[in-house]
Design a protein. Structure first.
Length: 219
């Protein structure tokens, strides 16, 4: 049993998962901003994540980036269920405006939150990064037992993926200030749910400190 934060964050079996830190979800002229959503929290998280990612790399933690492909010219992924929900609640996204088309600016990583060559990039088509992707295969192949969740949106893709990780018997840690929603209320409500039922919620600084200590021991 991994019953301390230090054990969960052991680089030998921990992965850092960076969810949907891409332009359409973070940039001031991306798709979520076009819906009228406040992307400032996502941009604040983007300022913290490069330091956390570098601490993970220095400690030998597996770093996995996740991003969406939703809209395509042939509409390969958006079902009538998805489009009906979007038409009711998403202020034109997916219906009138494409979201995360492949090989587009909107689908590119935001600011300095970017993978290095060789780091795995998982493409998903729904909120859940495990659903019909190779994320679980990547984690199992690298003997991963615990995941650190970051990215956007806390209450949507991050929480959905954290729930799935927990029911697949991964230990879950969420970086409370390395994840973001489009309102403070949604972010904090999601963190409370995760902390009670699915995983441990701690700051980026606390996670990075554990990994920095691991790096120092390895030297």
């Amino acid at each position: 049993m991994l019953d301390t934060l230090e054990l969960k964050l052991d680089p030998a079996h921990c992965a850092l998962i960076v969810v949907d830190m891409i332009n359409d979800f973070c940039a001031g002229d991306g798709a979520m901003a076009a819906e009228g959503l406040d992307v400032s929290m996502a941009q604040e998280a983007a300022g913290r994540l490069p330091g956390l990612i570098e601490a993970a790399r220095q400690a030998g933690v597996l770093v996995v980036f996740v991003r969406n492909v939703y809209s395509t010219e042939a509409n390969s992924y958006l079902s009538d269920v998805w489009l009906e929900q979007a038409a009711r609640r998403r202020e034109g996204s997916y219906v009138d405006r494409p979201v995360c088309p492949p090989d587009s600016w909107g689908n590119d990583f935001y600011a300095e939150v970017r993978p290095r060559e060789g780091e795995p990039i998982v493409t998903k088509h729904r909120f859940d990064a495990f659903l019909n992707t190779d994320l679980d295969l990547i984690l199992r192949s690298n003997a991963i037992r615990s995941v650190v969740m970051t990215g956007v949106a806390t209450n949507v893709c991050v929480e959905t993926t954290a729930r799935h990780a927990f029911v697949r018997d991964y230990y879950v840690v969420v970086a409370e200030d390395g994840a973001a929603a489009y309102s403070r209320e949604e972010h904090e409500a999601s963190l409370r749910t995760i902390d009670r039922y699915f995983g441990e919620v701690v700051s980026c600084d606390r996670i990075a400190a554990v990994w920095s200590a691991s790096s120092a021991k390895a030297r």
